[in-house]
Design a protein around this ligand. Structure first.
Ligand code: PMV
Length: 331
């Protein structure tokens, strides 16, 4: 008998990177989910399998062993990918107070290392599945905290925005010092996501921006300030459903991110194509350096934009916002 939990991916509408430096960001959960199934084992090992990554292995005390071919990865690489999940399991087992073996299987609809928060969605789904299997009642705040600790292992100094949106769902205004505030968005936001297929590390992109900030503190101070104003202006446009203003702000936000050096050719190609095809605005989403971009378009332009992104070699899809955060799917 097992427990299945799921958690949503996310799109950062405005404010990625600036959020790491204390500015606000606007983020929404989308209808692409990660599913994690937790089951008891007969032995005391912790077994993790990611179906999409073709990755699996056992942890036993401090030892790690891979199972199967693991997509040609080294033991070290496979271990580093699964380590955050082991930390989650250990943390929950600590609360449980007994050493039991667990098998966790992860199935995901979310492209990996693409700026859509796949690792945070995995972390929150795994946290929810294990705690439910062990009959431990965790609040959403607890799930967020445990997943956030795991995210720190993956990304170095994450802002916490990814585990927050995966846990709570909906649309959030997030700021590191004040936390997150749910935002009511009364309109449907027809967001087109275009993934470049270029994998990148969030940690590397965040470090790049940090280095630039250290080198040019005065210049970057104003870039961050602009980022804040974009979020504030976007907030009222979102509440009014003013897509035109949101599109303009996406373009300005992207220009700032480009200036910070976190765009790349693959993103620029898709962003330019979407704008030419009539999108109201387009920008990278998440850490950049590859990964995905988003475009906002009026209904009649959605299909042409999807088509042009495909033609340019991207993997496009239409994302719908979802209010559903992490949840138990079944026992
Ligand atoms: O690309 P993702 O999904 O890892 O999002 C990263 C968002 C950043 O603002 C760049 C980093 C963060 O921790 O907020």
């Amino acid at each position: 008998m097992g427990v299945i939990a799921s958690a949503p991916a996310k799109i950062i509408l405005f404010g990625e990177h600036f959020v790491v430096h204390g500015e606000p960001a606007l983020v929404l959960a989308i209808d692409k989910r990660v599913h994690a199934k937790a089951e008891f084992r007969d032995d005391a090992r912790l077994f993790f399998k990611s179906v999409n990554l073709n990755l699996s292995g056992f942890f036993e005390d401090e030892k790690f062993e891979i199972e199967g071919v693991n997509g040609g990865r080294t033991v070290k690489d496979a271990r580093s990918k699964l380590e955050p999940l082991k930390l989650i399991a250990k943390k929950i087992l600590e609360i449980y107070g007994e050493k039991v073996g667990l098998s966790i299987e992860i199935n995901s609809m979310v492209p990996v290392a693409a700026g859509l928060g796949s690792s945070a969605a995995v972390a929150t789904a795994v946290t929810a599945a294990i705690s439910a299997l062990l009959n431990i009642k965790l609040t959403n705040q607890d799930i967020f905290q445990i997943s956030y600790e795991a995210e720190k292992v993956v990304h170095g100094t994450p802002s916490g925005v990814d585990p927050a949106i995966s846990t709570f769902g909906g649309t959030l205004l997030f700021q590191a010092d004040t936390g997150f505030k749910p935002i009511d968005v009364p309109v449907d936001l027809p967001l087109i996501v275009g993934c470049t297929g270029v994998e990148r590390s969030t940690g590397v992109q965040v470090a790049k921006v940090r280095a630039l900030k250290e080198k040019y503190p005065q210049v970057i101070r104003y870039v961050l300030k602009s980022g804040r104003e974009i979020v504030i202006t976007a907030l009222s446009a979102l509440q009014k459903g003013d897509l035109k203003v949101l599109g303009d702000l996406m373009n300005i936000n992207h220009a700032l991110l480009y200036g910070l050096g976190v765009s790349d050719e693959s993103l620029e190609s898709l962003i330019t194509a979407a704008r030419k095809e009539g999108a109201l605005g387009a920008k990278l989403t998440g850490a950049g350096g590859g990964g995905c971009m988003i475009a906002l378009a009026e209904d009649e332009k959605i299909n042409p934009v999807l088509e042009v992104l495909q033609k340019r070699g991207g993997t496009p899809f239409l994302a719908r916002k979802t209010d559903e955060g992490v949840k138990i799917e079944g026992k």
